[in-house]
Design a protein. Structure first.
Length: 558
């Protein structure tokens, strides 16, 4: 193979040129006729060579750039490993340190691009995989939207690992700020309890777990997944149905909670495999052996099963069928929403309607921002956010909502006198954990009976919503003080007409006033005159973009 340009390096000892070194052939020369592009000198502190480009003011580097083949020359797919020059002598250290490499924070979801290495080959493994050298974890695939900064190879001569910077092509024996430790796909082992002879084993590869106690990526709290790897004191958990990939400490894991939706797998009775049930309880009374769960099946029967025979499933049962961008146009269309199934913690099938934004495409997740979520509570007459009327689709408000938000409309089975069911909050919590949802921008709104649902749900989980907007709403008077107390820190934008005969404004004004007197810092209202109860929907959602602009000004910190 022919190389050109920078294969010769001047080696400096005691502050002056000593000889030239050919880093391709490893030959050395003291011939003054040899023209080198680079110079190098050993740093006594690090015990490594650093290099600088001759006749250039660029700062020194610790790694020489990859040798480039001459034009039309055949090249190896694998770059040559880095080598140090021969005959090197110790010289005084110079003021030249490696570029700093920041340590990861407490975020437990694997999203650190700079730390990812694509491991191309080794003697033990033939299939490429990805290794995060900061977290000390390996995965078969990268987290969504992430890319590997390095490519790792194993030297055929001495089985030592070396790495290529994907961006610059430079090669190194060591990764930034971290002494080289060769990655291994086979380091998986469960952490044992200090009383493992008395306690059943539940932290093992393939075991289902619940996620709790995360401080930064709190959207994953309350989710379930499967342990797929255990390395460097952390467990790698894949959230149910190909969700986020998490590197979690043991203290952030729990056995599956009651009500978890699971699919039966790996059982000797073939008829049971593929069945879906709910966890009734975990059998913690066992003294040893694998952890077991009591699972209730659809026919009412119950089975005691090992954890590794259970695959947690997302409660957003058929959501994945909606995520293909095929056929999604740029404009809002009549009845373009999709009816979906949500399975609540009691195993009941609930219905909701989903509308994805124009241009939505999860296959290009890394190129777009996460989408805000708008939850709409319908009135007693039913319907969905975008099916109030066909005429309304052409309004500026509806068009803005269709462009800017993921919109879901839960199907409410209660009456206007009843408080909303808790499964709505379970549905929103499930959406909160999705990678393409901005969990800091979840908004709740609803009209009439749905407005009452906004007051109630917003007060039950004020941590879940960045802002709420009750429209032509009502509420149970005996709960006025409780609602005001719970919503004191939640931004509220209320719409009402002063002559509404269906949901009179007077009781609402009592709640509004109590919020303001309690020191609410972000309450606003819009009161119209002479707008029929059934027309307030258009006033709030269709005639302008004001509500959507107001929503997007607010972001929760939960």
């Amino acid at each position: 193979m022919a190389f050109t340009g920078d294969e010769w390096v001047e080696i400096w000892v005691a502050g002056q040129k000593s000889y030239c070194w050919n880093r391709r052939t490893s030959e050395t020369s003291t011939d003054d006729a040899v023209v080198a592009s680079w110079a190098g000198q050993n740093d006594a502190i690090y015990g490594k060579f650093y290099y600088w480009k001759i006749e250039s003011s660029d700062p020194p580097v610790w790694i020489l750039p990859e040798l480039r083949p001459a034009q039309n020359a055949l090249s190896d797919v694998r770059p040559p490993p880095p080598t140090d020059p021969p005959l090197a002598k110790e010289v005084p250290a110079v003021d030249c340190e490696p570029l700093p490499f920041s340590e990861p924070g407490t975020d437990d979801v694997l999203q650190v691009d700079e730390s990812w290495v694509r491991v191309e080959s080794s003697k033990k493994e033939s299939v490429p995989y990805f290794w995060n050298f900061k977290l000390g974890v390996a995965t078969a695939t990268l987290p969504r939207g992430k890319s590997a900064r390095w490519t790792g190879f194993c030297s055929d001569n001495d089985n030592a690992w070396y790495y290529v910077d994907v961006a610059s092509g430079m090669t190194t024996w060591e990764l930034p700020s971290r002494k080289l430790v060769a990655p291994s796909w086979a380091q998986s082992q469960a952490l044992k309890s200090p009383h493992d002879d008395l306690q059943p084993v539940w932290l093992e590869l393939g075991a289902p777990v619940g996620i709790v106690g995360l401080l930064m990526q709190c959207r994953c709290n309350g989710q379930v997944g499967v342990i797929i790897e255990a390395m460097s004191g952390r467990f790698i958990v894949r959230v149910a149905d190909e969700g986020a990939l998490c590197a979690l400490k043991p203290e952030n894991l729990r056995p599956l909670p009651t009500g978890t939706l699971v699919e039966l797998v790996g059982l000797p009775v073939a008829t049971l495999n593929g069945m879906v049930g709910t966890v009734k309880t975990s059998l913690q009374s066992m003294r040893s052996g694998p952890w077991r769960y009591l699972v209730r099946l659809p026919d009412g029967s119950e089975e005691s099963l090992k954890g590794t025979n259970l695959k947690p499933r997302s409660r957003l049962w058929d959501l994945h069928t909606s995520l293909s961008p095929a056929g999604r146009g740029c404009h809002l269309r009549w009845r373009d929403e999709q009816s979906k199934i949500f399975i609540d913690s009691k195993g009941e099938h609930r219905r909701y309607v989903l509308h994805l934004p124009s241009g939505f495409d999860t296959t290009e997740f890394e190129l777009v921002a996460r989408w805000p979520l708008l939850v709409y509570m319908h009135g007693a007459g039913g319907g969905t956010f975008f099916t109030h009327s066909k005429k309304s689709l052409r309004t500026v408000g509806m068009q803005r909502a269709a462009r800017s938000f993921v919109v879901i409309t839960p199907r409410c089975e209660w009456t206007w006198r009843d408080k909303p069911s808790d499964w709505i909050l379970e549905l929103i919590q499930a959406f909160k954990a999705l990678e393409w949802i901005d969990y800091g921008r979840i908004y709740l709104t609803g009209c009439s009976m749905g407005g009452m649902g906004v007051w109630e749900l917003g007060a039950r989980r004020p941590d879940l919503f960045a802002a709420i907007s009750p429209v032509a709403a009502h509420h149970q008077r005996e709960r006025t003080h409780w609602l005001a107390q719970r919503l004191l820190s939640t931004p509220v934008y209320a719409f009402h007409d002063d002559h509404d005969g269906t949901c009179p404004i007077a009781p609402e004004k009592v709640l509004w006033q109590l919020l303001q007197e309690s020191g609410h810092q972000n309450f606003c209202s819009l009161v119209t005159t002479g707008v029929d109860h059934c027309k307030v929907h258009e006033q709030a959602y269709c005639n302008s973009e004001d509500l959507y602009n107001w929503f997007l000004e607010h972001r929760s910190h939960a």
